[in-house]
Design a protein around this ligand. Structure first.
Ligand code: 5HY
Length: 248
């Protein structure tokens, strides 16, 4: 199968890192096509960043559809534009936060989330509410490591992250850790060994869920909320999306 793995920010180093994490867990018949949008923020750390990144991310979904991929993965912990992507895609679209929660809930009574900036903690709360995982989560903690600082592979960053994971386990009673940023995907294995609890990276989780859906022949239902958007006129910079009859 072919997976369109999208890093919705424009940091190429992070795209490569995410691609490596995905390829490390994929079975050998899975091809990972990793890309990021041409336009938008270098990292996504606010609602503003997320909205700006979303339109460009949807362009990459359309490109993947043209290449006839079998699944799309949105590799950003906010799961930006997930519903919109499911509307325009014909194949499954998986967000890494939803994927991580699903797997974490299978291997722990309650999991903790350890993420980047404090200001993104409400976003984690919203994700838990949206997917109905509040009762599986012991709480979310921030490290105040900026997303792009995760590109620094020094021990200092790793130790800061590990320290917050330890607090999540010791103080919040987390039994597993969900990493709250795609840029942490390369650290999951080491953390899991050091902490002796399951540490779930959403990128790897999403790859394995995409492979499962593909093998089972399951695709997104198109009869309701995730049906194709209604045809209509688009103006200005989005004129290329115009599907009104006058333009067809
Ligand atoms: C992510 N931002 O996974 C999110 C995580 C965060 O650019 N990739 C980003 O820190 O909110």
């Amino acid at each position: 199968m072919k997976i369109n793995l999208i890093n919705p920010n424009t940091c190429i180093g992070m795209t490569e890192k995410i691609a490596n994490s995905a390829r490390a867990v994929a079975i050998n018949t899975t091809e990972i096509i990793a890309s990021s949008p041409k336009h938008g923020p270098e990292s996504i750390e606010s609602a503003f960043d997320e909205v700006i990144a979303s339109a460009a991310l949807l362009d990459v979904i359309r490109e993947g559809e043209a290449q006839q991929v079998d699944a799309h993965i949105i590799a950003c912990f906010g799961d930006p534009a997930l519903d919109a992507a499911r509307e325009i895609a014909t194949v499954p679209v998986i967000g890494i936060a939803g994927a991580a929660f699903q797997l974490a809930s299978l291997v722990s009574y309650q999991f903790g989330i350890v993420t980047t900036m404090t200001r993104t903690l409400p976003a984690s709360e919203h994700l838990l509410q949206r997917y109905g995982y509040q009762h599986f989560c012991s709480g979310a903690r921030a490290t105040d490591i900026a997303v792009l600082d995760l590109e620094d592979t020094s021990d200092e960053i790793y130790l800061e992250l590990k320290q917050e994971c330890e607090k999540s386990i010791r103080i919040d009673s987390a039994e597993a850790i969900v990493l709250g940023c795609a840029g942490m995907s390369d650290l999951a294995e080491r953390l899991s060994e050091d902490l002796q609890v399951p540490v779930i990276d959403g990128v790897s989780a999403a790859v394995k869920l995409a492979e499962s859906l593909h093998q089972l022949g399951l695709k997104t239902s198109k009869i309701g909320q995730y049906g194709q958007p209604l045809k209509k006129a688009f103006h200005g910079r989005y004129q290329h999306l115009d599907s009104s009859s006058k333009n067809r």
